[in-house]
Design a protein. Structure first.
Length: 310
């Protein structure tokens, strides 16, 4: 069995990446991922200036997943750009970088800086942070998304990707697919970010479990797997020629296989990585190998996008 995958000019030994936000805010965390079994790594979504993020507690785990309202804590884009400048792109696993400006202008300034740096990284533009009080997720505003992508394409002259929020209606899949279809610079689409603004309740304490937004936060983990798979499958078939990164509910080789079967080129691990640490990437990789052996598949291409319908 060979888990290797080549896409958008990068080569990965296996399809596993951390989900942006998990274990990737500091150089120390990024280095731990670099030394892990991950096939590539991605940095925490960055803003123009460093941010402390929302007040704690701002992450909680449950039996079925997680809720977070981190509020975009990050060291500022210059920190991650410095890391990328020092990175040994020639010999190390591929590096992706997530960008999540607080405004159109901030996104343009950062994307222009990444263009200027001309590094062999893939940029994932985050259209879907659910945790900034008063700021709606751009991905739910199709007009604003189209404007942003058109403007970004003028200052960033390489292919890039977008991190989308989950959609829940075929009309909305279609509207966002049309926006992306109209932007030739889009090389990949990451589905999905957390399901925004869920509410986890601690029954014993009769209380919310995180402080920001009176307890509302982005939901990840087992809860989101079916929604993630639907988004991966719908965008993969509506956007032939672009790559889909699957994210949501992957905690073993089984869910990784499902995402790829639904059309994902590579996959990202969020909640499970937060809970278990980088050793889970070794486990998930090895489980995927075993599952493929059992099924008689030799490469990811043997089953990618081959989901059967009834
Ligand atoms: O930092 C966060 O609160 C956060 C971000 Br930017 C995001 O895109 N998704 C998420 O679940 N949390």
């Amino acid at each position: 069995v060979d888990l290797a995958v080549a896409w958008l000019g990068i080569q990965m030994d296996n399809p596993l990446i951390n989900a942006s936000g998990v274990m990737c805010r500091t150089v120390e965390e990024l280095e731990a991922l670099r030394h892990s079994a991950a096939g590539a790594l991605i940095t925490k979504s960055c803003t123009l200036e460093p941010r402390k993020g929302n007040p704690e507690p701002r992450y909680a785990s449950t039996a079925l997943g997680s809720i977070n309202s981190m509020g975009l804590p990050n060291a500022g884009y210059r920190y991650y750009l410095d890391y990328a400048r020092r990175y040994d792109h020639e010999h190390d696993k591929p590096l992706l970088m997530s960008v999540s400006g607080m405004s159109l202008e901030d996104n343009l300034e950062m994307m222009a800086a990444f263009d200027e740096a001309a590094l062999p990284v893939l940029v994932e533009l985050n259209l879907s942070c659910p945790n900034l009080p008063g700021k709606p997720q751009i991905g739910y505003d199709f007009e604003a998304s189209a404007r942003l992508l058109a403007e970004v394409s003028k200052v960033y002259r390489r292919p890039f990707g977008v991190k989308l929020p989950p959609y829940f209606d075929p009309v909305h899949f279609g509207e966002m697919a049309d926006v992306l279809d109209g932007c030739p610079s889009i090389g990949f689409v990451t589905c999905i970010n957390s399901i925004g603004n869920g509410l986890v309740i601690d029954l014993e304490r009769e209380s919310v479990v995180i402080r920001p937004k009176d307890g509302l936060g982005g939901i990840g983990g087992d809860y989101v797997l079916p929604t993630a798979l639907a988004n991966v499958r719908e965008f993969a078939r509506r956007l032939p020629g672009r790559h889909v990164i699957g994210c949501g509910g992957i905690r073993s080789g089984r869910e990784a296989f499902m995402h790829i079967l639904a059309g994902a080129t590579v996959v990202q691990v969020g909640t499970c990585l937060y809970e278990e640490g980088p050793a889970c990437l070794t486990r998930i990789r090895d489980e995927l190998v075993c599952l493929m052996q059992d099924k008689g598949y030799r490469t990811l291409a043997d089953f990618r996008g081959c989901l059967r319908t009834l």
